[in-house]
Each structure stands twice: as C-alpha cells, then as structure tokens.
Write a protein of this length. Structure first.
Length: 465
C-alpha cells in the first residue's frame, strides 16, 4: 500500500522515495493523497505523488471498497452522496462517517481528487487542450475544472501545463497514449496469458505482448491497446471517437489489469500457505484480472458450463460475427463490437451451433440483464451478487463466482477450481480470488494453464510434494 508523507513545516506531501529529508517530528503519514489534500497539504513538485497509483487499502471495510468502486465508475460525476448511499443501503451521513474513519475524506472529496489527479496527468503527458482535459477528466465545466485544480495544486491548468517536464510528454501516431502506473511488481506475462486464453475472437487479441480490443462509447467504436511500458507502468493507446469521460475508460482498463490493486495484504496472508505460497513466489505481482465488459465475461462463463474452451472460443466467434456490430478498417483480427444483452436476447442462438441447454440458458440470462442491468452491479456484495446470478435459470455457482471474481470480489472462488485441489479453500479467505488465479495460472509445471472452462479444468500440482 503506497503511503504519503506530509511535511507540516512546508505544507506539502510526498510519495515514498522522495529526496526530501524532513525531520521525523514534522512528518504526518497518509494512506491516500486525497486525505493529505483534505488536510491542507499540496503535492510535492519534485516527486509528483499524483502520478503514482493510489489504491484504497485492501483491508478496508467491504462497504467502503464497494463505494470506492462505484465512485471510480462515475457514480458521483453527476450523482450525489445520497444517491450513492442509497445504492449501498446507507444513509449519506453514515457513508461519510465510514469514509472519514477509514479514508480520511468524504466520498465527494475522493471523487474530486481522482478527477484532479487524472487531469494533471493529462496536462503533463498529452497535448490535449485545457478544455478537452477538463471534460476528459469528468469535470462538468472548464470553470469548475479551473477552480478544483487551484484548490488541489495551487495553480491554474495553464500554469500546470507550462510546468510539465519535457520527458513526460507522450506522443502517439494517432490517438492518445497514457501511462497506467502500478506498484511493482506486476507479472505481465502470466496476466497476459490469462487474458489471451479468454480473448473473444473479433473483439480482443493478444499478439507480441500487446493486448488490443474494440470498445463502444455511446454506440461509437473505439480501440484500446495496452502493453508493458516500464517497471512501474503500462502504456495505454486509446483511439476513441471523443475524449469526454476518458477518465472512466482509463479506470476500466486499469481494472482489467489490476494495476490499482493493493496486493500486499493478500500476498502476505497467503505467503506461508504450502499450496499458494510457492505459486506467489514463482509469479510475484500476479493480479486478479478484471473485465472491460462484465456481460462479455458472463457470456463466456455461461458457455463454459456446457463446452470445453476450444468450442467456447468458436461459439463466441460465431456470436460476435452474427450479432456484433461490425467495425471496419482494423487489423490484428479486430472486426466487431461485442453484442449487447438486448441483441443476444433476440438472436437465434441455436442457428449458431450452440448446444440446446447453453442456448436456452444464455437467452434467458441475456433477457434478464437487458431488463435489469443491476444484475451485474459491481456495488453488490459477493453474497448478493452470486445469489442473484444463481437465481437465473441454468446459472451454476461456479459461473456466478467466476463473474464475481472478474468483477473484483476478492473472496470469489469458483468450485471448478475447488474440486481439483486437495486443500480446503476456506483457509484462503478472504483472498480466495487471488488464490484461484494463481492455481489457474500455475497449471502444469513449465507452462501456463490451459483454459478448458470458464476457470480451467486442471489439477493443480502441490509444489514440493
């Protein structure tokens, strides 16, 4: 977990490793940059703490973590703390009290800080105009943007742009390139292998160490590319129809690769386990992969209930070709956008070669999601999410947990993995999702795990036995 040191005598806060050497009695420690800012400190000009990933501690209460995820998804862009609390069955007052107790800021302060930090990175790294940066970062107006940047950074956006360092500027041959910072290590090869095995044909591809996919923004197509950039960051190339709301595109990409995850508590808790400990040592920094489109992951998982991985890929390719919106002029095998739940609910799934039971289950599931998008709401608890998913006809517990795992629930654990271990996975609580990913990725000695079902159908080897 990254912590920030605030120097009382100068009123600035720094990230670890900064060259400043203040006296210990003049230093206060904050876990979040937003907390330091709320306490009246400004970012250090030397180490620029706004450029590093600042995850919420993994051991924070589940309600707080769920609320933060909703904020990241944009719940407070135009909504209120009252509306956010309602989604979590909390009063606004109790929500603010939880945030103050565990994060040191209100929900609104956290949301404003995230927008300001993202905007500052765009001012440093890109050549977008100030107005474009404002709307890309989720601000409602340029005036609001100017006011917030002065509050957080004590300077206007134009002044901040003038201060940027020459080495910060990133130039792309078309589109926009951004750094996705993370706290090292990050096991890129294993993470990319997991995503490659589950890439949707026509929508996603993994080639030469680069992950690419098509996305839909308000019905218009875009393309994303992610590759390893350096020891503490990935590089994202975004080719989008417009820049408004870019912050949420970047946050969703960050979630796919787990770059904002706080791995330390989970790895520390599992390090001495005789099964998972050696796997962590072999692949330090392996993150639990998230999902760009939860419905995509859900469709994959539903099909995986009935067919082996090779057939699932063929079925996904047929679904995309028949029901996805075509995207022309792309290379690398990218041809379509993934079809929506509404589209799949009306599609003739049997004509695509799906097994009868898979087609029936998928149509019913797509119909349910089209009627109620909150069925896949990231703000639900693990118990509520899996209960609602299992209430859908044909959805198994393993599928429900697979979806929950990719949604970011740290204790999700599909029984397709549990059935093939000789160890009771209950002892890995509350970090079973990380344990599951390590088991899946380990596969057989000397190679990455084959993806035979939604989460693999292999027998993990106990290292050292």
């Amino acid at each position: 977990m990254t912590t920030f040191s605030a120097v009382v005598t100068t009123g600035i806060y720094c990230r670890p490793g900064c060259g400043a050497k203040p006296l210990a009695e003049n230093v206060r420690t904050f876990e979040l940059a937003a907390h330091a800012e709320a306490a009246g400190f400004r970012a250090c000009l030397r180490c620029r703490p706004y450029r590093v990933a600042g995850p919420v501690a993994a051991d924070a209460p589940e309600l707080v973590c769920r609320a933060v995820q909703l904020i990241i998804a944009g719940a407070l862009d135009s909504g209120t703390e009252a509306a956010l609390g309602a989604r979590l069955a909390l009063s606004p007052r109790h929500l603010r009290r939880l945030f103050h107790e565990h994060l040191g800021v209100t929900p609104n302060q956290l949301a404003r800080s995230r927008r300001a930090h993202f905007a500052r990175r765009l001012l440093d790294d890109s050549d977008l105009t100030v107005a474009d940066v404002a709307f890309a970062a989720g601000f409602g107006s340029v005036r609001q943007f100017n006011r917030e940047m002065r509050l957080v950074f004590r300077a206007s956006p134009v002044e901040l742009r003038d201060r940027r360092r020459r080495a910060d500027r990133l130039v792309a041959d078309g589109g926009l390139v951004m750094r996705l910072p993370f706290t090292p290590p990050l096991h890129w090869d294993a993470l990319l292998g997991f995503l490659s095995a589950r890439a949707v044909p026509g929508v996603e591809s993994v080639r030469d160490g680069v992950y690419r996919r098509t996305i839909s923004l308000d019905g218009e197509a875009g393309v994303l590319e992610v590759r390893r950039g350096g020891p503490d960051h990935l590089l994202l190339w975004a080719h989008l129809p417009f820049w408004e709301g870019l912050i949420h595109v970047v946050e969703r990409v960050a979630r796919v690769f787990g770059v904002d995850a706080d791995l330390a508590p989970a790895e520390a808790a599992l390090a001495d386990d005789p099964v998972i400990g050696p796997l962590i040592a072999a692949r330090p920094g392996l993150r639990v992969p998230g999902a760009w489109g939860v419905f995509e992951v859900a469709v994959d998982a539903v099909l995986g209930q009935h067919s082996p991985r090779a057939e699932v890929r063929a079925q996904l390719a047929a679904l995309v070709a028949a029901a996805g919106s075509p995207v022309h002029g792309l290379d690398g095998g990218l041809t379509h956008l993934f079809p929506s739940a509404t589209t799949l609910a009306d599609a003739d799934l049997l004509s695509l070669g799906l097994p009868d039971t898979a087609a029936t289950t998928l149509r019913a599931f797509a119909t349910a999601v089209a009627a109620d998008e909150t069925l896949l709401d990231a703000g639900a608890t693990l118990a509520d999410l899996t209960r609602r998913l299992r209430a859908q006809p044909g959805i198994t517990a393993a599928t429900a947990h697979h979806i929950a795992l990719r949604l970011g629930h740290p204790d999700a654990f599909p029984d397709t993995v549990a059935a093939r271990t000789t160890t009771d996975p209950e002892r890995w609580r509350p970090w079973r999702a990380l344990a599951a990913i390590h088991l899946i990725t380990a596969g057989e000695p000397g190679r990455e795990a084959p993806a035979d079902t939604a989460l693999g159908t292999w027998t993990p080897h106990r290292v050292g036995t």
